[in-house]
Design a protein around this ligand. Structure first.
Ligand code: SF4
Length: 157
């Protein structure tokens, strides 16, 4: 992680944002200073899409030898953002590039940023921190997350 603050916002119906403390720079501090997840939403994604994206995320983490964030609230928010796009666009357009989309429907049909996006498939680069390589300071040791965890970790957002 090269920046202290990474902003991931915003969709028309589901906004995702992450933040890190300004001096968050070393692995030694990560257990004490966790990513802060901020979310604002107008509509909840359907349970069906959340479950589909949850299963996809587990399977793809295993397939790509990557791990979920040590703070699974991050994982939960991204999965719900993907599920929201699946509901509204018919494809799991990346939820952490919202400010870069001029036309989300066109982006979804083009496919470059549909999850797993091309940077992830080619270089294991996940800007949303959904899939983290083991050497990433924020990587946990899990490749599984339950629907209950997702609901619990996003209940007050
Ligand atoms: S793999 Fe790509 S599309 Fe999927 S969450 Fe990560 S950055 Fe977004």
């Amino acid at each position: 992680m090269t920046t202290a603050m990474q902003s991931l916002s915003a969709t028309s119906s589901y906004s995702v944002g992450f933040g890190f403390p300004p001096n968050f720079t070393t692995p030694q501090t990560r257990l004490h200073r966790r990513p802060v997840v901020v979310i604002a939403k107008a509509d909840e994604p359907s349970d069906k899409s959340v479950e589909i994206m949850r299963k996809f995320s587990e399977q793809y983490a295993r397939k790509s030898d990557t791990f979920f964030c040590v703070d699974k609230g991050v994982t939960s928010v991204v999965i719900k953002g993907l599920a929201d796009h699946r509901d509204t666009l018919g494809a799991p357009l990346c939820p952490c590039r919202q400010v870069h989309y001029d036309d989300k429907a066109a982006e979804a049909s083009q496919g470059f940023w549909n999850c797993p996006c091309v940077p992830m498939r080619e270089r294991k680069e996940c800007h949303c921190m959904l899939f983290l390589t083991p050497d990433n300071d924020f990587a946990g040791d899990e490749q599984a997350i339950s629907l209950e965890e997702i609901k619990e970790l996003t209940a007050n957002m």
